[in-house]
Design a binder for this molecule. Structure first.
Ligand code: CTP
Ligand code: MG
Length: 229
């Protein structure tokens, strides 16, 4: 039977957030951001394994905090210099160690998206879990979009019809995702879907959730703290 395996890249330094340590180790309600994120997946009945990809010498995360589900968490010390490299290395490690097979679904999810609602995760699995092309959570663009000129004046109003903002998780068969990441230029992709798109495949857009925001800039912490209360 096809399994659903979460792959959480957590090897970033959090430069824009600027906490003096990687943002995944900021504490909110006695747990780190990374622990909140991992807990969403270990608590979900559809996920059989949650793999966390850390920088090679990072000792900041221990799976013992998830003792009740310890057999469901794997820590991989193979993070790379970019998010895409971290995902590629983590996926290759899962396949090499036999923790995942080519036909399993991999759900790549940013460690910094620690407020993902369980129902949004369920929706992705329900709507894309059986799709060969895979799928991602995304939300339709709500604001009016402006194209800036070089003086930061408005050069044009861009129609927002049909535009979606990509979130994570992004769900793909392990074999497909591995092929996509091995063949594309990793410097040119900003998410897994764009690598799969370069193979000529059109992944599904599944309704995401505005609460699934990514801790990126210092002011994001205020809303994340409210959401995790
Ligand atoms: N990430 C990673 N390996 C990298 C870079 C990023 O695993 N070399 C992870 C981050 O830990 C994060 C996710 O990718 O969970 C999304 O990236 P981003 O929000 O850009 O995090 P950082 O790269 O840490 O932040 P910044 O770009 O501000 O330095
Ligand atoms: Mg980054």
């Amino acid at each position: 039977m096809k399994r659903h395996i979460a792959l959480i890249p957590a090897a970033g330094v959090g430069e824009r957030f600027g906490a003096g340590k990687p943002k995944q180790y900021v504490e909110i309600n006695d747990r780190t951001v990374l622990e909140h994120t991992v807990g969403i997946f270990t608590a979900h009945p559809g996920i059989s394994l949650t793999a966390v990809v850390l920088a090679p010498n990072d000792t900041g995360f221990s799976e013992t905090r998830f003792q009740t589900a310890s057999e469901k968490v794997a820590v991989l010390h193979c993070g790379g210099g970019s998010r895409a490299e971290t995902v590629r290395n983590g996926l290759n490690a899962l396949l090499e160690r036999g923790l995942a097979e080519a036909g399993d679904n991999i759900l790549v999810h940013d460690a910094a998206r620690c407020c993902l609602p369980a129902e949004a995760l369920s929706r992705l699995i329900d709507e894309a879990g059986d799709a060969e092309e895979g799928g991602i959570l995304a939300v339709p663009v709500a604001d009016t979009l402006k194209q800036a000129d070089e003086h930061r004046r408005i050069a044009a109003t861009v129609p927002r019809n049909g535009l979606w903002q990509a979130q994570t998780p992004q769900l793909f068969r392990a074999g497909l995702l591995q092929r996509a990441l091995e063949t594309c230029d990793l410097n040119r992709i900003t998410d897994e879907a764009s690598a799969v798109e370069m193979l000529g495949i059109r992944p599904r857009l599944v309704q995401g959730d505005s609460r699934n925001l990514k801790l990126t800039l210092p002011h994001d912490e205020f809303i994340v703290r409210l959401l995790l209360k």
